[in-house]
Design a protein around this ligand. Structure first.
Ligand SMILES: N[C@@H](CCC(=O)N[C@@H](CS)C(=O)NCC(=O)O)C(=O)O
Length: 242
């Protein structure tokens, strides 16, 4: 059986990491049974989560895991899509992973209040005399990556404006379809769901979340996908809880 290594539930989400969520949803889409185990990034062959173990193989990186599933289990995540639509799905995935994701990271890690209530707790189990230092180092490293992503170089709120343009592109593409590329879920739906749910979780207050909530087809999409792939999870976006 496949073992999926991820962070686990938290921050009002069934899985903290958008990339682990992508892989978990793709395992569900492919109908493969798996067990899930908590891990931290240094345990992964590429230093990031997710990674999986499948028989004697260890595979890291959500896109390589997808390729492994397609090759080994003969499951085509984009079945029914023609070549042009597959190319578009790939382009949307790159936009989500290399642009929208970094806006989410900015809101979670660079914003001090959100960091304190969220990712800072990753270090709760570390020796007390090292804890603050480890937290600071980790936040500094992520803030540096945010800068290198390009988004972190802009004036406050300009980064959000740019990210919202990508959310608009997703919203326009989704339109009133059930899934991004039409009537059936495809591989990129797992990616979009992971990132959008990560932004929309009410656990964090952010301008990014507020702006994302304005796209009603995206919020409804996340609600639908949550119900479909995590039916037992108590998803409580604020707009419903109110
Ligand atoms: N390209 C990777 C990205 C994975 C990724 O960024 N994972 C984050 C968690 S969401 C991580 O492990 N970050 C720790 C680090 O970069 O040190 C994938 O698709 O799996």
């Amino acid at each position: 059986m496949i073992t999926l290594y991820g962070f686990g539930a938290g921050f009002g989400l069934p899985e903290i990491s958008p990339f682990v969520t992508k892989t978990e949803v793709q395992l569900k889409m492919a109908g493969l049974s798996y067990r899930k185990q908590r891990a931290m990034p240094p345990a992964s062959p590429k230093g990031q989560l997710p990674y999986i173990e499948d028989a004697a193989q260890s595979i890291a990186d959500s896109t390589f895991i997808r390729a492994h599933i397609e090759r080994k289990y003969g499951f085509d995540f984009d079945a029914g899509l023609d070549l042009r639509t597959r190319a578009q799905a790939w382009a949307f995935e790159r936009m989500i992973e290399h642009h929208v994701y970094w806006a989410l990271i900015g809101a979670r890690w660079v914003d001090f209040e959100n960091f304190a209530k969220g990712s800072a707790h990753f270090f709760d189990g570390t020796p007390e005399h090292l804890r603050d230092r480890l937290r600071e180092d980790a936040q500094f490293r992520v803030a540096e990556n945010y800068l290198l992503s390009g988004l972190g170089r802009h004036a406050p709120d300009d980064d959000i404006d740019l990210a919202v343009r990508s959310l608009l592109a997703l919203s326009v593409q989704l339109a009133d379809q059930p899934y991004l590329m039409g009537e059936r879920p495809c591989g990129t739906d797992a990616t979009a769901f992971g990132a959008l749910a990560g932004i929309l979780t009410p656990f964090f207050d952010s301008k990014l979340r507020e702006r994302a909530e304005e796209f009603q087809n995206l919020t409804a999409y996340v609600d639908r996908m949550m119900l479909q792939y995590y039916p037992d999870f108590a998803w409580k976006p604020l707009r419903q809880a109110a």
